[in-house]
Design a protein around this ligand. Structure first.
Ligand SMILES: N[C@@H](CCC[C@H](N)C(=O)O)C(=O)O
Length: 266
């Protein structure tokens, strides 16, 4: 099976072009290829395929084999893949995901895609909630859906926020029957946030595009940020812009191809 390893801000995925490859069991394949010691290594698996409703289809599986509805960093890399590999001549096109159809605009340098802007759709924000966690503590969070589930926790400092213990506990808490991604977010000022993320099915990653949109949506709803915010993650910075008129979030950030290869795991 031929594959391509790609990354957006260090959030890395193994891509398989299903226009020419057949994947028999994507859940098992995701676990095998994501293994950083015995596999290719990545935060999950992304399958690029045809769509009856859009220019392309994206299916994403986390490192533990679970299926996710959407991936912000992953969809930017898909945009780079299909343009740079000559699968489209358009710099603006649509991608069907489990969270609906997303519109992408590729930003080129010397004929290659260096960054992609994605219309991420309308965030769905819940009320602030308190959750009991061990031992005898509570944590306040805001539930946000970007098509996939997020819990945004405000912290004073992302480096001393107990992410390693709270993240896995919140991910599987009974309040989230489908589990959740958890964002730990520090407001630097009205235009800038710092964020660490515990991803459902993958653990801590360097960045999460849907998570950054969820954090900005929660920041705007709480009156703590403006509509255009830079989100600094461990792997770099994303630009998130809320379009009030159309009630939609735009995410802009880089996309990189790391290497191509062949594997007999499939
Ligand atoms: N890293 C992604 C999100 C990937 C899916 C997520 N772990 C989930 O299960 O919802 C992003 O950049 O958005």
């Amino acid at each position: 099976m031929r594959f391509t390893k790609m990354e957006g801000l260090g959030n890395d995925y193994v891509y398989v072009n299903c226009f020419r490859e057949k994947v028999y069991d994507p859940e098992i394949l995701a676990r095998l290829v994501s293994d950083r010691h015995r596999g290719i290594g990545g935060d999950g698996l992304i399958l690029i395929g045809p769509s009856a409703r859009a220019d392309f289809n994206m299916d994403i599986y986390n490192a533990d084999g679970s299926r996710a509805e959407m991936c912000g960093n992953g969809i930017r890399c898909l945009g780079k893949y299909v343009y740079d590999h000559g699968m489209t001549e358009k710099t603006e096109f649509t991608v069907e995901t489990q969270a609906g159809i997303k519109r992408l605009r590729c930003i080129l340098q010397d004929g290659r895609v260096v960054a992609v802007c994605v219309d991420m759709g309308r965030p769905d924000i819940g009320a602030a909630v308190e959750m009991a966690v061990l031992p005898d503590e509570t944590v306040d969070f805001v539930r946000v859906s970007m098509g996939n589930p997020h819990a945004v926790v405000w912290v004073d400092d992302i480096y001393v926020c107990q992410m390693e213990t709270l993240g896995p506990e919140m991910e599987v808490h009974p309040m989230f029957p489908n589990r959740t991604n958890v964002e730990f977010v520090q407001i630097v000022d009205e235009d800038h946030m710092r964020m660490r993320v515990w991803e459902r099915g993958s653990g801590e990653t360097f960045a999460c595009g849907t998570g950054a949109c969820a954090a900005v949506a929660a920041g705007i709803a709480a009156g703590r940020t403006r509509d255009s915010v830079k989100v600094s993650l461990l792997g770099g910075t994303l630009d998130i812009d809320y379009d009030r008129q159309n009630e939609t979030m735009y995410m802009t950030g880089p996309a990189r191809e790391v290497f191509e290869g062949w594997t007999d795991i499939y």
